[in-house]
Design a protein around this ligand. Sequence first.
Ligand code: PLP
Length: 372
Amino acid sequence: MPEYDRIAERMELLDASGIRKVFDLAAKMSDPINLSIGQPDFDVPAPVKAQAIAAIGRGQNKYTQTQGTPELLAALQKQCLREFGWPVDDAGRGFMVTSGVSGALLLAFQTLINPGDEVVFADPYFVMYSHLVHLCGGRCVPVDTYPDFRPDAQKIADAITDKTRMLIINSPANPTGCVYTEDELRDIADMARRRGLLVVSDEIYNLFCYDEPFVSIASMYENTLLMRGMSKSYAMTGWRLGWCTGPKKIIEKMTTLQQYTFVCAPSMAQAAGPTALETDMSQQVAAFARKREMVYDALGESFDLARPQGAFYAFVPAPGGDATAFAKKAIENNVLVIPGECFSTKNTHFRLAYTTNEEKLAQGLDILRSLA
Ligand code: PLP
């Protein structure tokens, strides 16, 4: 007789233990200095909130079209016209609104990855990539980018086989804060073109670039599935709003799958989407630029930290080389950071998220320095 609580085998491929351990510890601490959270410490801009509230008041509480509301889709097309010069009536390009970039990643992977297919991405990487690839029966091919986390097109090319299904690019990057330069992206784009590769570009941190303006690989390579979201840019992590554009054939299949899974992104969040896209976030980004400087000033020399250029993370070499041991020591001293093994095949670094106020951040950095 089947057991009622028998879990499907694929779930054995998902392991949430690393980060969960840190959050379990955090829950027991009374007032921790929390440098582990991957979301902004500013709030959703007031006009964006007002739009969502008004939408609820107007009764926009029902399912929307699966691919997204016409208003938000038009705003996204307008943004791509402005940024990339893509004509709005390009018959080969599709657009869709998703439940965050997480939703777009799941739909894309389920749409594209057959069991045994290989997916190439930089190591360290955003933790969701490896789990979702495994869930689809795919094989992860991480490409080592230590110690400076720069991408090397030749190293990526060496990782490509006839089983490679896609290359994921994430710049600005979680967990390293690395921002790829135009030259680096061009080398990757040229290599991808030669190999006929699909590139998935996760640009969720595109607003958070502190040294050079953001460059998207989608501006140089047409076979790119571009994903962006409102979670980090406008602090809308709980609203579950993202979007994806790329080859029409792929977007259409992802939309079909969305119809039978997420159905649509939240209606009130979509109603506020166009306002979010028009909101100037330069002050919030400048505040993060200041905190990036604080982190680098405090840890750059003493921890031999590669200078992060974007997102809101630093990936810091752990003194002694054992990230779990150092993270444990930090937690015992009231500072929460995440050991690198949650984001990498190595465990030599820890991730620090500077998503807290400057006062707390300064206290946390002092404690980390004293531990080193
Ligand atoms: N991609 C990266 C690199 C992230 O760091 C995150 C969230 O931490 C996501 C995607 C998921 O974001 P969303 O809230 O849009 O699902």
